[in-house]
Ligand binder design. Structure first.
Ligand SMILES: [Cu+2]
Length: 103
């Protein structure tokens, strides 16, 4: 009986804690950033967004003007919309290359 005690203690220590579920990162989610439309300049294909962190551009949250390419992306977007968008640097200019109103 005396010899059982160390064995039980070892078993108790060896009992695994339940594993954390591993959530694979979604490529789509990491590529799109969040923002709010502050201003739209259709004539010049520009949009002012208050945006969250842009991980792909290493940019902190701020309000700034982006070029929009193609300009047709602006149709269906209006001031005040919460949006998900993709920003890239195109010819040195920060450019929105995809945008959609977020629910
Ligand atoms: Cu910015």
């Amino acid at each position: 009986m005396k010899r059982l005690i160390p064995l039980l203690a070892a078993l108790a220590i060896a009992t695994p804690l339940h594993a954390e579920p591993v959530t694979p990162p979604t490529a789509q989610a990491s590529a799109m950033s969040e923002g709010v439309v502050r201003k739209i300049d259709t004539a010049n294909a520009k949009i002012t967004l208050r945006h969250g962190p842009l991980t792909n551009l290493d940019m902190p949250p701020m309000t700034m003007v982006f070029r929009v390419q193609p300009p047709e992306l602006l149709s269906g977007i209006k001031v005040g919309d919460k949006v998900k968008f993709r920003a890239e640097q195109v010819d040195g200019a920060f450019t929105v290359t995809a945008i959609q109103a977020a629910p």
